[in-house]
Design a protein around this ligand. Structure first.
Ligand SMILES: Cc1cc2nc3c(=O)[nH]c(=O)nc-3n(C[C@H](O)[C@H](O)[C@H](O)COP(=O)(O)OP(=O)(O)OC[C@H]3O[C@@H](n4cnc5c(N)ncnc54)[C@H](O)[C@@H]3O)c2cc1C
Length: 383
């Protein structure tokens, strides 16, 4: 059943995205340029602050509405990857940040004066095993001094603030391997002489970087919640991240299906539309149904998240199903467009590359299978 407010939101985001067509995204992709104009337009319209409560200047909406925004962005052919962190990091700050932190940062984020676009968890030696991260924040009086290295930290150069996960107690000294990790808000504007940032060239235009921390001082007042409980806080933020990125995949999937159905209906070969051939139309219909099924699981997870659910089952399943549905639709679009799928001007090959990311990030799909096998079905852990 459709909700009139959700329908209005969809139409408004669609209208904004219509000003940023394939030419815009194609040019940004080819130049490896950050889409500032698009991100500014989203910020000015308030969408990147949709999860910030109204008392701090945001829209005060929930995960369900954030899902609609990101889905519509990707469905239009755009790439939410330029700015999605401002939404998915919000869960950690809103659910676990102090009132002082919310007062200090949320109003600035809501107006666009401050950008919270960087989320730093992954490290080269730890990979998917987050509990093995080694970046260390050592307490010294009223501050922590951070040393270590992160990798694939997206939009570090386009952000004023970063949410950082670091060890505050060595792994060998904690009872549970998830203990001894803490989360911090890092003000990157003060950090220039103590961090080094090297962009990583990737197959998509994603502004990902290696980040080296060389004795960066972070005030203790910027630690989120209790020392040593950061893994828990980051995980609750990650549930939001999985639901929101599932929405991007659903948007990608609908983009591929829409483009494929249109092209298959218009393109004539052997004297008739290629879409009359069931070998062409059935895979498009099949991909569409997978996307709808993933969207139903995503909707359930988003509703539960808004109602306070903290378990990872729904968000993980939504992310897994949506990323696979989008990837299937991407391949169907490639087949439908024939050689033109590979021509940059059509946009399909760019979206094909972008859609592939979500099979790996923010969590590799094998790790989701492991989560469901062990946490949901109760089977023994393999690691
Ligand atoms: C473009 C891009 C942007 C990113 N942005 C960010 C960001 O902003 N912030 C951030 O913190 N991270 C970011 N990441 C990192 C991303 O979250 C990781 O790449 C991802 O979590 C996988 O980690 P890894 O690359 O180290 O792979 P690995 O952990 O080395 O895994 C490699 C492969 O082995 C498989 N594997 C590993 N262990 C097991 C196991 N026990 N059982 C079965 N299979 C296993 C995985 O499924 C995967 O297929 C980004 C990555 C990319 C590519």
């Amino acid at each position: 059943m459709s909700d009139p407010l959700h329908d209005q939101l969809r139409s408004a985001v669609r209208a904004l995205c219509a000003d940023f067509g394939n030419d815009y995204w194609q040019a940004a992709d080819q130049a490896r340029a950050y889409p500032h104009e698009f991100v500014d337009a989203l910020t000015d319209a308030g969408y990147l602050a949709c999860l910030i409560p109204e008392e701090y200047g945001g829209m005060g909406l929930g995960a369900q509405e954030a899902c609609i925004i990101l889905e519509e962005i990707n469905r239009s052919g755009a790439n939410s990857g330029a700015c999605h962190a401002q939404m998915y990091t919000m869960g950690t700050l809103l659910r676990h940040g102090s009132e002082d932190q919310k007062q200090r940062y949320l109003p600035g984020i809501a107006t666009g004066e401050l950008r919270l676009q960087a989320f730093a968890v992954t490290e080269p030696d730890a990979g998917s095993d987050t509990t093995r991260i080694r970046t260390f924040a050592e307490r010294r009086g009223d501050s922590y001094v951070v040393r270590g290295q992160k990798v694939f930290i997206s939009r570090t150069l386009q952000s004023d603030l970063m949410i950082l996960l670091a060890r505050t107690t060595p792994r060998s000294e904690v009872e549970k391997r998830t203990g001894g990790l803490s989360a911090f808000i890092v003000d990157l504007r003060d950090a220039h002489d103590r961090i080094r940032v090297n962009p990583i060239d990737t197959m998509i235009n994603h502004e990902s970087c290696e980040v080296f921390f060389d004795g960066l001082e972070v005030p203790a007042a910027n630690r989120i919640g209790d020392e040593g409980r950061g893994f828990r806080y980051i995980m609750s933020g990650m549930n939001a991240e999985r639901i929101l990125l599932a929405s991007e995949s659903i948007g990608d999937g609908l983009y591929f299906v829409g483009r494929s159905a249109d092209y298959a209906s218009a393109r004539k070969v052997f004297g008739r539309p290629i879409g009359e051939n069931q070998g062409v139309q059935f895979p498009i219909a099949d991909a569409y149904m997978d996307i709808r099924a993933a969207a139903a699981v995503r909707d359930e997870a988003a509703r539960a998240y808004d109602a306070g659910e903290t378990r990872g089952e729904g968000p993980n399943m939504a992310k897994y199903l949506a990323s696979r549905a989008a990837w299937k639709a991407a391949n169907v679009a490639m087949d439908t467009f024939g050689g033109w799928g590979m021509a940059s001007e059509y946009g399909i090959e760019r979206k094909f590359r972008e859609a592939r990311l979500y099979m790996v990030a923010p969590v590799a799909n094998n790790l989701v299978l492991s989560h469901v096998a062990t946490h949901v079905l109760g089977m023994p852990r393999s690691f």
